[in-house]
Design a protein around this ligand. Structure first.
Ligand SMILES: [Zn+2]
Length: 528
């Protein structure tokens, strides 16, 4: 024990026994205490360990609970998203369906079909021309029964063409043609019967000639004129014209007949239209404009040339200077109003008038740009307003031309200054427009110098508008003959309206005269 307490043997031997005994008892007490303490520590440790474990477990549970909450939240979100996806999917299906809807798979009208979504019909070209084929029997006009005929006209040969003998008898099976015509009280169906008679002297068979009326198809002159009016003046479709003829006049015809009638009318109008071209050629002042056209697969241009007394149309292959020269008079003294299209740039500046309605639109574009361009554009717009105000007074007779010429001078000067300022603008578009206009400066003011020249191209534009509506409704023409009909009927209709005359009345007269074989140049437009 004393060794454990670090006491050497000699010291221990010299320690009194009472002290030794006290030390011994204290040593044992301490030892026992130490043992107990170790045991307590073990007990404490065994008590502490589960608590820590519990705490650790609690923490894990808490963390797992949090994870569960998070996962539950995620699950809720996913469920919601999945419902949203399902809803959107069904919406897409509905929309897709709607997008694909057209007149063929829904109750939508054909007019609502997009021109860009026309189904591509992949059909091999048959190599046949459009329309009825040669040898096609046609749904054509069957002859009506005699009971339905209003009038019979027998055409008999009088004398033998070979020996001059008088021909006698009747042909029991004459060739027959029926012509329907509109009258003031309704319709009249005439049957022409062409007899073939054998000469009793020389045995030669003599056939009578068809009369003029029976020569050109199944329709009378007035029927042709009315169809020309419906399609040419009112611009209604062939189908509607067919319907109108049935409803208004009880005249039944096929769509093919409408085309045939137009062709015949076109031939009738050839001479009067040629006369109009000559008339227009002689006019000193004209207005020219052009718009795109469609003839089968090609894209020609429809040109118009309007003058004071007449307006003519031509469908030409293009829009080039060559085409412009074709329509514009070769008369070098003539004056032409047009827009700034470069196709007209071959014209002499002094003989050209640039349309101020177009210039006004150019100025508007300049004014809509910012900075200096805005100021220049507004200045130019103001000058054009002043110009139009003065010109209105000239037109209604409240301002003398000489006075107008004085008043226009400061406007001209200011416009010139503004255009020059425009060539220095910070906007490149404004610079270009102003330079291009300045190149044609002399042509801006021809109307102030030359009698009869107007400051705008409105007359030509108005004339073209009807043609544009026609093209939209009919999708252009299908053949050269069809385009020729368009040129001629537009020329006739526009000129007649310009002269304040009845289109239907003229067409009737022209068709009657044409059917009677009269020379139609005598039906010139100045004549009636
Ligand atoms: Zn004879």
């Amino acid at each position: 024990m004393w060794r454990t307490l670090g006491i050497c043997e000699d010291d221990w031997q010299q320690t009194p026994p009472a002290v030794q005994s006290k030390l011994r008892s204290q040593y044992h007490e301490a030892h026992s205490l130490r043992l107990r303490s170790v045991s307590y520590q073990g007990q404490i440790a065994s008590l502490i360990e589960p608590a820590a474990l519990i705490e650790r477990l609690n923490r894990r549970i808490a963390s797992q609970q949090k994870q569960i909450v998070d996962l539950q939240q995620q699950l809720t979100d996913t469920t919601r998203q999945s419902a949203e996806i399902t809803r959107l999917k069904s919406e897409i299906t509905v929309l897709k369906e709607k997008l694909g809807q057209n007149s063929r798979n829904s109750s939508l009208p054909p007019s609502s079909d997009s021109p860009f979504r026309q189904p591509v019909v992949r059909r091999e070209p048959s190599g046949c021309k459009q329309g009825a084929q040669t040898g096609h029997a046609g749904f054509g006009r069957k002859l009506k029964s005699v009971a339905e005929v209003d009038r019979i006209a027998d055409l008999r040969p009088d004398t033998c063409s070979s020996c001059g003998s008088l021909l006698l008898g009747v042909d029991n099976f004459p060739a027959r043609r029926q012509i329907i015509e509109i009258t003031t009280t309704g319709t009249l169906l005439t049957e022409y019967r062409r007899h073939a008679l054998r000469c009793l002297s020389c045995r030669r068979i003599n056939r009578a000639a068809w009369s003029e009326q029976a020569r050109g198809g199944a329709f009378g002159s007035k029927v042709i004129a009315v169809i020309g009016y419906l399609t040419g003046r009112l611009g209604i479709s062939h189908r509607d014209a067919k319907d109108a003829m049935q409803e208004l006049f009880a005249v039944k015809l096929s769509l093919g007949s409408i085309t045939a009638v137009q062709k015949r009318l076109s031939q009738t109008l050839a001479a009067p239209v040629a006369a109009l071209h000559e008339l227009v050629e002689r006019e000193l002042v004209s207005l020219v404009d052009e718009t795109s056209w469609k003839e089968k697969q090609t894209k020609p241009w429809l040109w118009v040339k309007a003058t004071k007394r007449a307006t003519v149309f031509r469908i030409l292959p293009g829009r080039s200077r060559k085409d412009a020269k074709e329509i514009i008079s070769t008369n070098e003294k003539g004056f032409v109003t047009s827009d700034r299209y470069p196709g007209y740039n071959h014209l002499r500046e002094a003989n050209r008038q640039i349309c101020w309605a177009h210039l006004k639109r150019d100025f508007q574009a300049i004014a809509e740009r910012q900075g200096d361009s805005k100021l220049i554009g507004e200045g130019l717009l103001e000058r054009s307003r002043q110009l139009f105000r003065l010109w209105q007074k000239v037109r209604d007779g409240t301002l003398e031309k000489a006075e107008f010429q004085k008043l226009i001078e400061p406007i001209k000067e200011k416009a010139s200054e503004l255009l020059f300022a425009g060539t220095l603008s910070t906007h490149s578009k404004t610079r270009n427009t102003c330079s291009n206009i300045l190149k044609l400066e002399l042509s801006l003011w021809t109307f102030t110098r030359v009698e009869g020249v107007e400051p705008t191209n409105n007359q030509a534009e108005r004339a073209l508008r009807r043609a544009v509506m026609w093209r939209r409704k009919s999708f252009g023409t299908q053949s050269e003959v069809g385009s020729q009909f368009v040129e001629r009927i537009l020329t006739v209709v526009t000129t007649l309206r310009q002269q304040g005359r009845s289109v239907l009345d003229y067409l009737k007269k022209a068709c009657v005269a044409g059917a009677a074989g009269e020379n139609l140049s005598g039906l010139g437009f100045q004549a009636i």
